[in-house]
Design a protein around this ligand. Structure first.
Ligand code: GAP
Length: 488
């Protein structure tokens, strides 16, 4: 199957089985916005939960995690989407967060300047922009990606605010609040999951480049002399997170940014990239960036917007000698009581996209094979081999037939699993083979069948989605057995 056909099948499955829909579908959709359906919402919740578990819930601050230079604390925040407009001036987004766009005066379409050669002109027959005689492309112009809106009753510039284009600034502006209100000591991290918005000129490739998306970001504050070691620690740990959740190493790379690629604030960045099926062979798309941001962010929010001059960060000057954009003036330095040293922490930032990770897990999980049905005839099967922790439904419970007490036993097992917090469904419709295939297609790792022997041996058949192995499990052990498999 070629890459485009594979992507079309994944997109088709997502719509057919309720993972993802185009936003405002009944009105023809709106470009760059997506809705997660009943199964998609569970899958994405599980992706967020897997990240939060790894960052916060399971983090043991008394021990030293494997590969870490020392022990550290991790806390979370949930900051507002609309922040003080000065945040974006000082962070550089107001002046620098733009793409170059090209408009066509003839068809009014707009393209990202660096995507013209791969974009499609709306005039038929389809060609690239500029290739029709009628095309009238403008010169590339800057276009700020932040969405603007108005807060309160003020109109014009005074009331203008922005939907955040990243969650990161919510952590920087709360650095002092977190230090003052909790007992964290440097090194420590602040994590956040939340929506971000970018007015992408050409949203594309399903949810990969959207205008509204969710980020999972963590800002790790450390002593400048230890920042290189922490950068390497987080870069490797984040790469491994995707592997432990089911992405194969053949499809995942860790790529260091070249000097030209580095963001204005960054002194070193690596990307975790995935071989998405919509890309050509050998190409990879970014899942996450791990950046060494130095003291750029805390210093900016203290002093004002910084620029790099002769390899040094200095406050950018506006009129006269005043800063172009003033910082908060608050002291965001940190005093270490043990070393008696005062310093501005350096920051390591692993910044992941929840939607891109969800899409990568879906693409990786998508498989087609052939399996024998009840009569031994080979049948095509579509299966999502999702990591059990990410699968939207963990177990499906099937009474083999709708009589002889089987539905009652199945309903009791269903309720036991639900009470234990295990997402499961009950299905008594159609032949057992069809029921298995329905679950395989949505990635349910375990199916439990209640059959004619259950009444005598008090056992059910547990079938594994990937190995297709079937074992008999006593009813009284089912919750423990499924929980054990989910923890593995
Ligand atoms: N705070 C740094 C930052 O925001 P970024 O590389 O611009 O860095 C981090 O974004 C992650 O957010 C990306 O690696 C990607 O997973 C996700 N992301 C960024 N733009 C996106 C978009 N338009 N649609 C979907 N996900 C996006």
């Amino acid at each position: 199957m070629n890459a485009n056909a594979r992507m079309e099948q994944i997109v088709g499955l997502c719509k057919r089985r309720g993972f993802l829909f185009q936003s405002s579908d009944i009105y023809g959709g709106i470009q760059g916005f997506w809705d997660y359906g009943p199964l998609g919402v569970e899958l994405k919740r599980n992706v967020r939960e897997a990240w939060w578990r790894d960052m916060i819930t399971l983090h043991d601050e008394l021990g030293i995690p494997a590969g870490a230079p020392q022990s550290f604390s991790m806390v979370g925040v949930e900051s507002s989407i609309i922040m003080h407009p000065q945040v974006w001036k000082v962070s550089g987004h107001y002046d620098l967060f733009h793409d170059f766009m090209v408009d066509c005066r003839e068809c009014k379409a707009r393209f990202r300047a660096d995507h013209v050669k791969s974009s499609e002109c709306p005039i038929k027959p389809s060609k690239h922009p500029g290739e029709h005689d009628k095309c009238q492309l403008t010169a590339p112009r800057e276009f700020n990606l932040m969405f603007k809106t108005i807060a309160g009753a003020l109109s014009g510039e005074e009331g203008t605010v922005f939907l955040r284009p990243e969650t990161a600034q919510g952590m920087f502006v709360n650095f002092k609040n977190v230090c003052d209100s909790s007992r964290v000591k440097v090194p420590f991290g602040i994590a956040q999951i939340g929506k971000s918005f970018r007015n992408e000129i050409t949203p594309r490739n399903f949810t990969f480049r959207s205008r509204e998306f969710e980020q999972m970001e963590m800002e790790f504050f450390c002593h400048p002399s230890e920042s290189r070691a922490w950068y390497e620690y987080w870069r490797d740990r984040r790469y491994n997170w995707y592997l432990t959740h089911g992405i194969k190493s053949d499809n995942l790379i860790l790529r260091d940014h070249t000097q030209e690629e580095l963001a204005h604030y960054s002194v070193g960045t690596a990307d975790v990239e995935y071989a998405f099926p919509f890309l050509d062979a050998g190409e990879y798309g970014e899942l996450e960036g791990i950046a060494h941001r130095g003291d750029f962010d805390l210093r900016s929010h203290m002093e004002g917007k910084l620029v790099r001059q002769n390899n040094e960060l200095v406050v950018e000057k506006g009129e006269g000698d005043a800063p172009k954009y003033r910082g908060s003036g608050k002291d965001l330095s940190y005093f270490d009581d043990q070393s008696r040293e005062r310093f501005i922490p350096h920051v390591i930032e692993p910044a992941a996209g929840a939607d891109r990770a969800t899409l990568a897990f879906l693409c990786e999980a998508f498989h087609e094979d052939e399996q024998p049905d009840e009569k031994g005839a080979m049948q095509k099967r579509t299966v999502l081999k999702l990591h059990p922790r990410l699968a939207p439904i963990k177990a499906a419970i099937f009474p083999l037939i709708k009589k002889e007490g089987m539905p009652e036993t199945a309903a009791a097992i269903y309720r036991d699993l639900k009470s234990a917090g295990i997402a499961c469904i009950y299905d008594q419709q159609a032949a057992i083979g069809r029921r298995y295939r329905r679950q395989d297609e949505i990635g349910t790792p375990y199916c439990l069948t209640i059959d004619g022997d259950t009444a005598t041996d008090q056992c059910v058949t547990l079938r594994d989605r990937d190995s297709l192995e079937q074992v008999r499990v006593p009813i009284k052990d089912i919750v423990d057995e499924i929980s054990r498999r989910l923890r593995a």
